[in-house]
Design a protein around this ligand. Structure first.
Ligand SMILES: NC(=O)c1ccc[n+]([C@@H]2O[C@H](COP(=O)([O-])OP(=O)(O)OC[C@H]3O[C@@H](n4cnc5c(N)ncnc54)[C@H](OP(=O)(O)O)[C@@H]3O)[C@@H](O)[C@H]2O)c1
Length: 309
């Protein structure tokens, strides 16, 4: 079977096609015939060698945390899945493959209403959004959450999870995405490129999530959070809280991610779950390289997904 990986660190074109034996599912696992996989900034960071010290891996390295596919075989003891079920899988690595094995705790059935590309883009950003809402924040219905970068992959899922929890949601993004944020269910929306959203929503939120890629929010999070409130950043950034010393800053990456078996079913149960897909690419070496070149631009609106058909 075909996999896409690299045997040294480098730019996007460091990828090669690798021929590998099809894995055999162990007890409690299924074999998944991969129909598509999502590309994430973390994959590009692995490829550039930035994770080499914190996570030493043997070459060839095959990235890929997000997979959607069809169950092709069952390992011993698996009874809650059947051959041909469409599933998604959140995995530590190795998703850029024609076939993978996965424990049943790391997979979930894909509802018929969810398109393949959306399913392929969901696991990584979904686990991040779920971790923020269920492990870092402990808000109760009626409280106010502000989401900065609400049009992005993580931000748009946080808006949906927050509305499902009965929160009042303030959302900010660029003006071209204001209608999309209303459509997601945000109660109040601000365009950061037309107005000073920090001033517009000053001291309104019990908690603020800054889900802007790279974390730059121009001070909006501190302005919007109430004194004594919480700011969560999904990127590794510092927050200057000297203007409001009673606020707490939590970093997503400093916390253990939520378990896939908790997060994936909760995400898939969201009414009208929406995952924004920026571009689908072919399941070829050229497709993977082009996807990684696009990852480097940081300017795609939504997920990059490789689809097999
Ligand atoms: N630790 C983890 O486990 C984990 C997992 C996943 C992601 N992350 C991190 O989370 C961050 C978000 O990832 P993502 O994939 O959701 O990014 P994304 O899809 O690129 O979304 C970011 C959004 O931020 C908006 N934005 C940019 N500048 C803004 C500003 N000043 N005010 C308000 N909105 C602004 C953009 O919207 P417009 O186009 O409307 O400007 C964009 O849609 C990244 O830093 C990523 O590395 C962490």
């Amino acid at each position: 079977m075909l996999r896409f990986g690299f045997d040294h660190f480098g730019p996007a074109d460091v990828f090669t096609a690798i021929d590998a034996p099809t894995p055999v599912p162990k007890p409690g696992q299924v074999l998944i015939d991969v129909l598509g996989f999502g590309l994430n900034p973390y994959d590009a960071s692995l490829r550039r060698g930035e994770q080499a010290d914190s996570r030493p891996l043997k070459f060839p390295i095959v990235p890929g945390t997000d997979v959607v596919g069809r169950v092709a075989a069952l390992g011993e003891g698996v009874s809650d899945y059947a051959v041909d079920d469409r599933v998604l899988n959140y995995r530590p690595i190795g998703g850029y493959s024609e076939a993978v094995t996965a424990s049943t705790g790391k997979i979930a059935k894909v509802p018929a209403t969810l398109e393949l590309a959306a399913a392929a883009g969901l696991p990584n950003i979904g686990i991040a959004a779920y971790t923020v809402m269920h492990q870092l924040l402990h808000l109760t219905p009626g409280q106010t959450l502000a989401v900065i970068g609400a049009s992005g992959g993580v931000g748009s899922l946080i808006v949906q999870l927050a509305k499902a929890q009965g929160l009042f949601v303030i959302a900010t993004a660029s003006a071209r995405n204001v209608a999309a944020l209303r459509d997601l269910g945000a109660d109040e929306v601000g365009a950061y490129d037309e107005t000073d959203t920090g001033r517009l929503f000053a001291d309104r939120a019990d908690a603020v999530v800054n889900a802007v890629a790279g974390g730059v929010d121009h001070g909006a999070a501190v302005a919007i959070v109430k004194p004594g409130g919480v700011i969560v950043t999904t990127a590794w950034v510092d927050v200057d809280t000297t203007g409001k010393p009673t606020i707490t800053h939590l970093q997503l990456g400093a916390n253990r991610p939520a378990k896939a078996e908790d997060a994936l079913p909760a995400l898939l149960a969201l009414p009208q779950l929406r995952v924004r897909v920026a571009k689908t690419l072919p399941f070829t070496l050229a497709g993977v390289i082009q996807g990684h070149e696009l990852l480097e631009t940081h300017h795609t609106a939504g997920k990059l997904v490789v689809l097999r058909h």
